[in-house]
Design a protein around this ligand. Sequence first.
Ligand code: PLP
Length: 380
Amino acid sequence: MTSLIASDHNPDDLRRRESPVFMSGNLPPDVPEVFDARYGAALDSALSRRSPSRLIGAHQYRGSDRDRAAGAAFTGRRLGTTPTPERVVVANGTQSILIQLLSGLVPRGGLIAVEGLTYPTIRTFVQTLGIDVAPVAMDGEGIDPEAFEQVCRTRRPAALYTMPTLQNPTTVTMSTDRRRAIADVCRRYDVSVIEDDIYSLLPTDAPPPLSAYLPELSWYVLGTAKSIAAGLKVAYLVAPDEESAKARFWPGVRSTYWMVAPINAAVMSSLVEDDGATAIIDAVRDEIRARHELVTDALAGIDHRTTPESLHVWLPLSADRTAADLAAGALAAGASIGTSDTFYFGTGTAPEAVRFGVGAPPDRAALERGLTAVRHAYHR
Ligand SMILES: Cc1ncc(COP(=O)(O)O)c(C=O)c1O
């Protein structure tokens, strides 16, 4: 009989192909020595608590009580206080939460404010939903409060989507004062905030989330894809209050696509309860710091923006060099990297820059090969 079990080769796993080294994506590095043991223990624990049929047999619109309590504990580490579990929604990833919030908070034909350079998927979502975008100018601390206030006064956005910590793609982190200033503008113009804090768990000194200064208007999203594993597919949302969490994520909206697979949520709850999540995040942080030593060496003399706990590097180019040219050169030399136009929401042309991931290559040797290719292309 022919075996139905094929090899576990995955043709879409760009990360593991030999060439070009995959640096256009932004994944946390593999840390198998910690991850495998802690994930395995959490899986055993999840399966020992409930039978698979009880665990998996029902829809979970906002997550089980246990999973929302774990989400409250996990997000509470960032928020400074633990939210009530009733405000928490457990979902299958940040993207699902974002599209549900965009469609719920911004009417068709309405406006969302975003950082001038931001997460490209937002473009796909707003186009699908028929929402307009107001890009806001940024400086070395992220969104410029005066430019934001001007947008609020003249264009009245319903919401702001922002990444205050290790912003994608610029790696900028807003200071505490800047967070307060943006929160103040939101309060004065009644603008809801969708805060995507996905890169915040690797730095040990990240300021409190913007949402901590604006709990009544903030939808705080903390996914695990950038700090634990991209395929875990668990993200938490903290809504402004219990009623609004229920109103947006319940059977009456007639969709279920955001719902987490119960086994994933249960494993993550075990990881929160037994501190396995902390152990994995610590190991990811150690590995990313070690990789940044290679980045510092390879990019010596090249102006770039990053921090030792950032998953990505932003490399602005001088006027005589285009991002497309550098990316083509890097590809020819063996590394795939991203160009600024993908992230740009402004009018006119994007500032010339490239972004590449430090955690995406499967190991340090592959990262070194990729960095050599970027360096080579830069100096061509
Ligand atoms: C800012 C930001 N949010 C969300 C995601 C994706 O999160 P998830 O896989 O949980 O949907 C990414 C991945 O690149 C990202 O950069």
